[in-house]
Design a protein around this ligand. Structure first.
Ligand code: GRF
Length: 207
């Protein structure tokens, strides 16, 4: 399986996937990193691991269609089987989500449908978790559809939220869980233990 990872920032999830490929735990090929900010750390991580990169941003184009043309051509040329969103902060062109329907996944740092949707990214999520006073939070890995944070869920894992936690402490605990979760789901998809067919998830991720 060839995957393309889309990232905008630090790329610690991207790194966790790279590490599992290098250790032999995850038998796939990371064929491409796509990112909108070439100065972001995720690009350093790609260079370090010899992974080809595509620096592309909607702001480089006059229309969404031109943006989609370049992006889709590159993904096609690279023969990407699965798009893995890992902290990608830009809007995706509708043609991309349509073309890669059932072949694009995302990771979100809460137990969706809780703490998802508009404005729920980064520390906003963990601040809201803290304010709600819930006892658990966690990670959701879901298929990507046109509706933000609403695609079918492939996998969730929870972490405790302690009363004394700051939002930063919740974020750290969730991130550790993210790093231990994403590669397992990619492996399960590559090994066909789970599949996404017409927006429906089948199978089980075995931990
Ligand atoms: C993660 O919390 C992920 O759940 C969210 O964006 C963050 C990316 O972090 N979608 P990193 O760049 O992988 O460190």
């Amino acid at each position: 399986m060839n995957i393309a990872v889309f990232a905008s920032g630090s790329g610690s999830n991207f790194q966790a996937i790279i590490d599992r490929v290098h250790s032999g735990d995850l038998p796939i090929t990371i064929s491409l990193l796509v990112g909108n900010n070439s100065k972001a750390k995720c690009f350093d991580r790609a260079r370090e691991a010899n992974i080809p990169t595509l620096h592309i941003s909607p702001s480089h184009f006059e229309t969404e269609n031109e943006y989609a043309d370049v992006l889709l051509a590159k993904l096609e040329e690279t023969q990407v089987d699965l798009i893995v969103l890992a902290g990608y902060m830009k809007m995706l062109p509708t043609r991309l989500t349509a073309t890669y329907r059932d072949r694009m996944i995302n990771i979100h740092p809460s137990l969706l449908p809780l703490f998802g949707g508009h404005g729920m990214y980064g520390m906003n999520v963990h601040t809201a978790v803290k304010a709600a006073g819930v006892k658990i939070s966690g990670v959701t890995i879901h298929a990507v559809t046109e509706i933000y944070d609403e695609g079918p869920i492939l996998y969730q894992a929870s972490v405790p939220v302690y009363e004394s936690d700051t939002p930063e402490e919740i974020a750290d605990r969730v991130l550790v869980c993210e790093h231990d979760s994403y590669w397992r789901v990619i492996k399960a998809l590559a090994g066909k233990e789970i599949s996404i067919e017409n927006g429906l998830v089948r199978g089980t991720v075995r931990i």
